[in-house]
Design a binder for this molecule. Sequence first.
Ligand SMILES: CC(=O)[C@@H](O)[C@H](O)COP(=O)(O)O
Ligand SMILES: NCC(=O)COP(=O)(O)O
Length: 240
Amino acid sequence: MPLLGVNIDHVATIRQARRTIEPDPVWAASLAELAGAHGITVHLREDRRHIQDRDVRVLRETVQVKLNLEMATADEITGIALEVRPDQCTLVPEKREEVTTEGGLDVVGNRDRVKRCVDQLLEAGIEVSLFIDPDVKQIEASRELGVHAVELHTGAYADAETAADIDREYNALVTAAAETLQRNLLLHMGHGLTYRNVIPVASIAGVSELNIGHSIVSRAVLVGFERAVREMKELVSDPN
Ligand SMILES: CC(=O)[C@@H](O)[C@H](O)COP(=O)(O)O
Ligand SMILES: NCC(=O)COP(=O)(O)O
């Protein structure tokens, strides 16, 4: 059974829409833990559009399950990771103008830069995972860097619309999963997984960690909406 890492980035997205203090992703992490999450994932983007430095530092103090920090290979962020020491760092590509992480890290094309970051993290005793497309060349390049795991980007599968496209992208994940396991790398997967598309991915043999965020936060907003309105209505209808 894969472990569930809950990505709480988009709790912070709602907070940053007003640059206020709520909702606090630290509280969301505690609730996720109480609900049985095996891990908490946050992506400290260089542009700080959602998760902030303070969140990562407080989460390091409060999270009792695995804390997974997603990060670019940038020196500034690597410095924060080395200071905060999450249990795991997942290296991801970043583009300022993207809405979300569009593709996997190009480990083949950026070997030296990725290696420099990986080496520093491994030396500090932090587990390292590389967020890559389901591509055998990227898997092999990841293995050569001595990382613990790869996280296969499930976005193309999640975005596929026709049955043929879904099948093709799913088969690519299944093949890449087998290639990953053959190389004795831990197999993680994530991005764009939802309540509708997760079951086939969770069923892939050997997947040990799924990181899921946007869909959980989206559902939380809706399943909590009625109660939130009721509670506000009680306050305004009976202010005394
Ligand atoms: C790397 C990844 O797949 C997710 O963490 C995703 O990056 C969430 O953050 P964004 O939606 O800001 O990309
Ligand atoms: N690495 C994937 C992740 O952490 C969550 O991605 P998403 O579910 O928010 O698309």
